[in-house]
Ligand binder design. Structure first.
Ligand code: ATP
Ligand code: MG
Length: 281
């Protein structure tokens, strides 16, 4: 692990939700540090605990056990006024449902201006530049309710990144976006990370994970050893044609993976995955 002091750290963090149907162990002893100025992605399956981890990191929720450190201070037992001040001045939060973080009665520009005022910062990206970076200049005068789902998501990211504070935590910031806009969002994160802001985002979007240098995997509330995005996703792309009978000709490097010339086909969230057939099938 890095010798730099971390912006934020979770140590042995447990989160148990108590529901009528019983206890849900959403985080089971998570240890992670976020060094200053980097981008970290939390990947993993739905229900794995990503939103839970990010809400604890962004001080939207409290751990059931373990330690949360922010900017060199243990905030595990901090009182609400202190947490509120940190949320207001030092942490930007992009919720999984982006409209939840926006002012509905203000236009896109006014939303960013208001947030900049609340943050009270004069350095970093100014509102107009942030809108431009996220491809929203033409919607500057629209209120959130008049924006498409993807535009709302980009506005929520813009709101986090304008005059960005020390820590930005974003829950699935590219989930609603096409490739071009997902690129814009990642480029905007890279820009503020380059200016010293620590960015933590969750994603199960392979496009995003492929590009990010640090990807941690969270499954059943357990964080696995970290690997870089490039190592996890060795991606080679090639175009292939499907004929009218549905036959697909695989490129040679893909064909090598199926020496028995049989494959198992899974359709997952609109993507087709081919893998070696299971034994005996
Ligand atoms: N308020 C809650 N009460 C009870 N259980 C909850 C609550 N919030 C989340 N959970 C449960 O905790 C686990 C982790 O949920 P979480 O939302 O953190 O997952 P996630 O990785 O963000 O999933 P997704 O990719 O679908 O957003 C799930 O089993 C979920 O059902
Ligand atoms: Mg989630």
């Amino acid at each position: 692990m890095t010798s730099e002091p971390s912006t934020a750290g979770l140590h042995n963090v447990v989160r148990i939700y108590r529901a009528a149907s019983g206890e849900v162990h959403a985080l089971r002893g998570v240890d992670v540090d976020f060094p200053p100025g980097g981008i970290t992605a939390i990947a993993g399956p739905s229900g794995g605990g990503k939103s839970t981890l990010l809400s604890i990191l962004a001080l939207r929720d409290r751990a059931s056990a373990g330690t949360v450190t922010l900017f060199g201070t243990d905030v595990t037992q901090a009182r609400e006024p202190a947490l509120k001040a940190l949320r207001r001045n030092s942490i930007a939060w992009v919720p999984q449902r982006p409209a939840h973080g926006l002012f509905p009665h203000l236009t896109a520009t006014e939303n960013l201006q208001q947030i900049s005022r609340i943050r009270g910062r004069s350095s970093g990206l100014e509102p107009a530049a942030t809108l431009d970076l996220l491809g929203l200049s033409h919607r500057a005068d629209a209120r959130p309710g008049r924006l498409s789902g993807g535009e709302q998501q980009r506005l929520a990211v813009a709101a986090a990144l304008t005059r960005a504070p020390a820590l930005v935590v974003a829950d699935e910031p590219t989930a609603e976006l096409d490739d071009e806009n997902a690129e814009r969002v990642l480029a905007a994160f890279a820009k503020v990370a380059g200016q010293g802001t620590t960015c933590v985002l969750s994603s199960h979007d392979p496009r995003a994970l492929r590009q990010l240098p640090r990807v941690l995997h969270l499954r059943h509330g357990v964080l696995s050893a970290e690997r870089s995005g490039a190592e996890v996703h060795q991606v080679r792309e090639a175009d292939a044609v499907i004929d009218s009978a549905g036959r697909l000709q695989l490129p040679p490097e893909a064909l090598k993976l199926f020496p028995g010339r049989r494959t198992r086909v899974q359709v997952i969230d609109g993507q087709v995955v081919l893998s070696a057939p299971q034994e005996n099938s």
